[in-house]
Design a protein around this ligand. Structure first.
Ligand code: FES
Length: 116
């Protein structure tokens, strides 16, 4: 069993947001970070981070239905690819912002840069 003693520090915009085992397929992590919150998803063993508030309205996508690389907004059913942020089905009219993710030891880092 891992001791989990690795350092968890922020640098150059990277924030340590979770332990790796906190994110599982179909069970994304919702972060109160960035401008619209951030959702972290696991797809095929890799992690992806996208904005968590739906571009169409006040709905958290991490509360929606997830399947493989897709998440469906729980409010009106827009579908997004969490690997790319691409909007696959409306009514949302734009893609999701994406954030770089890095895993070091047992820690998950997301590079959070505010939109200006
Ligand atoms: S709020 Fe997400 S599709 Fe309408």
């Amino acid at each position: 069993m891992s001791e989990g003693n690795s350092m968890c520090t922020a640098s150059e915009g990277w924030e340590c947001v979770a332990k790796r085992d906190q994110v599982r397929p179909g069970s994304p992590l919702s972060l109160d970070s960035g401008d619209s919150g951030i959702g972290v998803y696991e797809v095929d063993g890799d992690l992806y981070a996208v904005e968590d508030t739906c571009p169409h309205g006040p709905s958290l996508l991490t509360r929606g239905y997830t399947r493989e690389n897709m998440v469906m907004c729980p409010l009106h059913g827009a579908i997004f690819d969490v690997r790319t942020g691409k909007c696959l089905r409306g009514p949302a009219e734009r893609d999701l912002r994406t954030y770089p993710v890095n895993v070091q030891d047992d820690d998950v880092y997301v590079r959070i840069v505010s939109e200006e």
